[in-house]
Write a protein that binds this ligand. Structure first.
Ligand code: NAD
Ligand code: MG
Length: 400
């Protein structure tokens, strides 16, 4: 009888959070859900508490937490309900927690994810924005506090699976020529360029292959998601931008590849279902059932590949630029993207305002070196303010 792994799931009510609980529920003999967290959806978190009976449930929003607490008491559960960012950090670093699923969306995930790293936890990293905003700082903390990092993003999980077991953070020394980072191209890969001006949030969120949260769905439609993933791959695998080739692969069956100097290309394939990388990381280095059905190659029949179109997807170009410039630029790009995506999702600005806003704020922001978390958070705040000023100037908007 082995002891159960104790899990904290940050962002349990989201798309990744729900898939994680689905996998954990299939293996109740292996995993104990110790803490669940969400932003403000108390109804959904309550349903999850009924099923998993965690020791802690944390909501960022205090009023939602009160609401959840009432429901929990009425149901006679023992779950302790907490509120606020410090409580998110607290449950990410509890001594009895082994593994933290970091699945909060956006910059909001950075503090709890860093807390897990400082506490030396095993981190299953879905929140790519933490690496984009503060890659160097985060990786240093992981190393210093002997935390471990397993990538959940399907591409990075595929790369991890295709790397040599003894990968020593140097691609060239490991005989690797480059990483082939696959991208579906999203819902607008083939629409007429002129139509992009008038696409709606609903169209942008209708991803051809994946069902995901709304923010990452829009990021996939602009291909900013792939840009964020290039930066994520840079930090996770110590890859120079020249060693990362984006390959558009509309079927989303190959989740990424590693090319070796002898010409071998190793790939990980599977149905586009996040339960595969989640199960892989939860059970690593063993394997377990995830609920994902077998890949039907006869049904897929054909795999296609295209070069990325930087004109159609300027966000991808901007991400390479931010990575090349380093300093505060990736943090600024990420923050402005979050503001732009939210205002697009709220129907306040058109789709093409997203790259326009990012490009202009990046251009007008002074470059700065970043060495501390405070500097990261200051750059994030500065960029959000600049993005709001841009919205006021360009669209007469005073709020999102
Ligand atoms: P989602 O919008 O479905 O869920 C987000 C979760 O974060 C929810 O539980 C929400 O309550 C919580 N949250 C939101 N704002 C918060 C805040 N301010 N403070 C605390 N909690 C907050 O998002 P998702 O699609 O599950 O994505 C989560 C992360 O995983 C993102 O960083 C995304 O890029 C990454 N990711 C997602 C997928 C996918 O298939 N969905 C794939 C790869 C990577
Ligand atoms: Mg991905």
């Amino acid at each position: 009888m082995t002891t159960k792994r104790h899990l904290t799931i940050l962002g349990s009510t989201g798309s990744i959070g729900e898939s994680t609980l689905d996998v954990a529920a299939r293996h109740a003999d292996r995993f104990l859900v110790l803490a669940l967290t969400a932003n403000q959806n108390s109804e959904k978190l309550f349903t999850q508490c009924l099923q998993f009976q965690p020791r802690y449930a944390v909501m960022l929003n205090p009023r939602s937490a009160d609401d959840l607490d009432n429901k929990i008491r009425a149901a006679g559960l023992d779950t302790v309900v907490l509120a606020g960012i410090e409580s998110l950090e607290h449950v990410a670093s509890l001594p009895e927690v082994d593994t933290v699923m970091a699945a909060i969306v956006g910059a909001a995930g950075i503090r709890p994810t860093l807390a897990a790293a400082r506490a030396g936890k095993q981190i299953l990293l879905a929140n790519k924005e933490t690496l984009v905003m503060a890659g160097g700082i985060f990786m240093d903390i992981v190393q210093k506090h002997h935390a471990s990092l397993l990538p959940i993003d399907s591409e990075h999980n595929a790369i991890f699976q295709s790397l040599p077991h003894e990968f020593n953070a140097d691609l060239a020394l490991s005989g690797i020529r480059r990483i082939l980072l696959t991208a579906s191209g999203g819902p607008f890969r083939q629409v007429e360029l002129a139509e992009l001006a008038s696409v709606t949030p609903k169209q942008a969120c209708a991803h051809p292959n994946w069902i995901m949260g709304r923010k990452i769905s829009v990021d996939s439609a602009t291909m900013m998601n792939k840009g964020l993933e290039v930066i994520e791959a840079h930090w996770l695998f110590n890859a120079h931008p020249d060693q990362i080739q984006v390959v558009v692969h509309p079927q989303s069956v190959i989740h990424s590849m590693v090319e070796y100097v002898d010409g071998s290309v190793l790939a990980q394939l599977g149905n586009p279902d996040m339960r595969t990388p989640i199960a892989h990381a939860l059970c690593y280095p063993e394997r377990m059932e995830s609920g994902v059905p077998s890949l039907d190659l006869f049904d897929i029949a054909r795999l296609e590949f295209e070069t990325p179109d930087f004109e159609r997807f300027p966000c991808l170009r901007l991400a390479y630029e931010a990575l090349a410039r380093k300093g505060n630029m990736p943090t600024i790009m990420n923050a402005v993207n979050e503001v732009a995506v939210e205002s697009f999702l709220n129907g306040r600005v058109p789709f093409l305002a997203i790259p326009a806003m990012i490009e202009q704020v990046m251009q007008s922001s002074p470059w700065q070196e970043i060495t501390t978390l405070d500097e990261v958070l200051a750059a994030d705040t500065f960029a959000r303010e600049s993005a709001m000023e841009w919205l006021a100037r360009s669209y007469g908007l005073n709020s999102l």
